[in-house]
Ligand binder design. Structure first.
Ligand code: N01
Length: 534
């Protein structure tokens, strides 16, 4: 049992934890300890080893920018790396910065409490460790608590049950009868791969999704050399882009151009792949229903062209929520999977899953689908889930879970009034998933490092968001979301709407990374406006 005292406790050894350990320990000389429930580094990329798992932002951009030598040395084999390669990259980084010696793996934090007498955080783990530190930095991620829906009977299933968000081993699905529930990004990636090997694949779809081509290809050496020659410029452009990618072709409005011009733009962005269609076509897609309809119809047309059976194509076409209000999945041959005779689309909106039975799944109309393997690709308790799972208690015995009963309350999506010296890297109400994650993480790790440095230089020990600054931030975050199509559309996890009973509040700052960064810069330039120190 560990009872040591440290300067900083970091949670999670994914992108966030790796950079945080390196920065605070090696660059700032602080005593850092990190906890991770996993047996090794990787975070998201450790837990999500389902077939087809792949990044949705180009790897040259979705990678650390803080070490120019690393980005020159590392070679990505594909434009959008698959999970094993990203995990290799993170292992390489862990070796390079020797982070593992500061991490207690296989250890889950069960309680986090502010000790008002000593102005420090006390962290208890499932191994019985009780460690303390002045600063608590969560790098626990945004999509790390899988949602496990309570289908009655799930524990009685006689076959194998797998969860995409907690999939750690190679599983051979060849020749098996496989069922998968969920067609979000995880389900769609998995379906494309599993349909190639399974004897039969049953896709239980409640709400169809707008998936668009990722357009992945093996790294082109000339392109790689060109990117590496101007990496600094690319990173600068990324940091000045809404989503943290160096795209620059977005046009103001889908409604300001003729139907032919609009189609040309859509075709071009579709061909370029990735999030080009979503974020680099027209700037009003998330703001105007009419503009959105043009993009949505374009995606539906592409689905109808690719899926041979018209009834299946119809079922795969979303019609009752705007494009982009759920995070748009990127796909490789997803729709073609339904042209295989062995792939069966089951509409569980019309005919819901009644229960899981030992031999498979029973639907409301009594149909029984026999399965060897049942895969839950049912999503995550996003953004707030990872923090709430740690059972955090702040000043005056106030529990974070109670503070957030009606939705998250944060300042900058990074700190909370009543929870001094606690920082949430890519926390709720920060750009997080709407910003290129490694860059979002670096910005936050740097902000926290600067804050600690500011305090040390002035002999300060406690930093805390004021309630007023927090109220303003919550107001601004909600007001910005209200300008978009997000609040009254799909059951999107961006709004917490995928978890029964979770308050419907926007969980992401939708003002864009550049605006967010300039607000954070201003806070720092103005002596950490909105924070109180002691
Ligand atoms: O989860 P999701 P995900 N009965 O919440 C269905 C990131 N990511 O893991 O829409 C039946 O999107 C649910 O149906 P409905 C990315 O940010 C990135 O796929 O609620 N169905 C939906 O179809 C992504 O957005 C990549 O009707 C049920 C699905 O399960 C985020 O992670 C890859 C159900 C859940 O979709 C989450 O994606 C993977 C029920 N009771 C993930 N409950 C990259 O490409 C849920 N569903 C980098």
């Amino acid at each position: 049992m560990d009872t040591t005292q440290h300067d900083v406790i970091v949670i999670g050894a994914g992108f966030a934890g790796i950079y945080a350990i390196h920065k605070y320990r090696d660059q700032m000389g602080l005593d850092v300890v990190c906890f991770d429930a996993a047996e090794d580094v990787g975070g998201t990329w450790y837990w999500n080893r389902y077939p087809g798992a792949r990044v949705d932002i180009e790897s040259v951009h979705y990678s650390f920018s803080f070490d120019p030598e690393l980005q020159q040395e590392w070679h990505w084999t594909e434009k959008f790396a698959a999970q094993p390669e990203i995990l290799r990259y993170l292992n390489h980084c862990a070796d390079r910065y020797d982070v593992r010696r500061s991490v207690r793996f296989g250890t889950r934090v069960v309680e986090v409490t502010w000790d008002e007498q000593n102005d420090h955080w006390r962290v208890t783990t499932d191994k019985g460790d009780v460690v303390t530190a002045r600063y608590f930095v969560s790098g626990a991620g945004t999509l790390s608590v899988p949602k496990t829906p309570d289908f009655p009977g799930v524990e009685d299933f006689a076959g194998q049950t797998l969860l995409t968000g907690n999939w750690r081993e190679d599983v051979d699905l060849a020749g098996k009868r496989v069922g998968i529930i969920g067609v979000g990004s995880s389900g769609i990636q998995a379906i494309s791969e599993i349909s190639k090997v399974a004897d039969a694949l049953y896709v239980f779809q409640r709400t169809p999704n707008y998936a668009t081509p990722i357009a992945n290809y093996p790294t082109d050496p000339a392109e790689e050399a060109a990117d590496k020659a101007r990496y600094a410029e690319l990173r600068e452009a990324s940091r000045n882009h809404f989503l943290g990618v160096p795209y620059s072709d977005v046009q103001p409005s889908a409604l300001a151009v003729s139907a032919e011009e609009r189609r040309e733009v859509f075709e071009d962005r579709f061909k370029k792949g990735g999030f080009r269609f979503f974020i680099d076509s027209f700037g009003d897609i998330l703001f105007s229903q009419e503009a959105n309809d043009t993009a949505a119809e374009y995606v539906r047309e592409s689905i109808r062209k690719r899926v041979q059976d018209p009834r299946t194509a119809d079922l795969l076409c979303p019609t009752d929520y705007p494009y982009g209000t759920k995070r748009p999945p990127l796909e490789i041959d997803y729709y073609e999977a339904y042209n295989r005779e062995s792939t069966h689309l089951v509409d569980v909106k019309a005919n819901p899953i009644q229960r899981v039975i030992p031999q498979g799944v029973r639907l409301a109309d009594g149909t029984e689908v026999e399965l060897d393997v049942l895969i839950l690709a049912t999503g995550f308790d996003a953004c707030t889930g990872p923090l709430l799972a740690m059972n955090i208690t702040g000043r005056g015995g106030v529990r974070l879970a109670d503070e957030w009963a009606d939705g998250p309350q944060t300042y900058l999506g990074l700190t909370m009034a009543g929870f001094p010296n606690l920082f949430a890297i890519t926390g709720p109400q920060s750009p997080s998933v709407l910003y290129n994650m490694p860059l979002a993480i670096e910005d936050h790790v740097d902000f926290i490092g600067d804050s600690i440095q500011y305090m040390r230089e002035r002999g300060l020990t406690v930093m805390e968001a004021t309630a007023q600054a927090q109220d303003q931030w919550v107001y601004e975050t909600n007001a910005l979301a209200d300008m978009t199509l997000l609040p009254d559309s799909a059951s999107t996890w961006y709004m917490g709407a995928n978890i029964p009973g979770k308050p419907r509040r926007v969980l992401v700052y939708v003002g864009g990374a550049p605006r967010y960064r300039s607000i954070c810069d201003n806070v720092q330039r103005n002596d950490y406006r909105g924070f109180a120190f002691a």
